[in-house]
Design a protein around this ligand. Sequence first.
Ligand SMILES: [Zn+2]
Length: 167
Amino acid sequence: MIVIGKSIEEKRIAAKEFYAKNREKIKARHNEYRLKNREKLNAKKKEHYLKNREKMIEQGRQRRKTPEYKEYVKSSKFKESNRRYTASIRPKLVAELGGKCVKCGFNDIRALQIDHINGGGSKEVRKRGTTEMYRFYLKNKEEAIKKLQILCANCNWIKKVIMHEVG
Ligand SMILES: [Zn+2]
């Protein structure tokens, strides 16, 4: 028997197999496309958001109320994606604040810390959470510059000793 044409189900399976086999290649191509067209895509995204803002906010609100979402929040997958997101916006805030230790000029981000100039950092982290705090200061840059500074781990520790928080 000769089969001409495939059923939708067969096509779907074939597409899935093709994707599984070429996952890396397809991802690389998508990434390349996104990089090349970043500005165009961002503009489109923004336009779509502005047009549908109310609807999207409401959709998000409804989604967060579902039991599925509440379960998801507790999952390690959520925590991991949250951690990655936080790690991705931290350098932006560090850069916004000058990108180096204000005391000694050290600039390796791995040992740079975001310091609350007049204290209250851990209180704010407890209240807002790290991610929300970074997001807040990235949106309110003037306030960030007023309240925050970059210190390297050494200078931050020395400040803590001087402020009698440790040592
Ligand atoms: Zn320093």
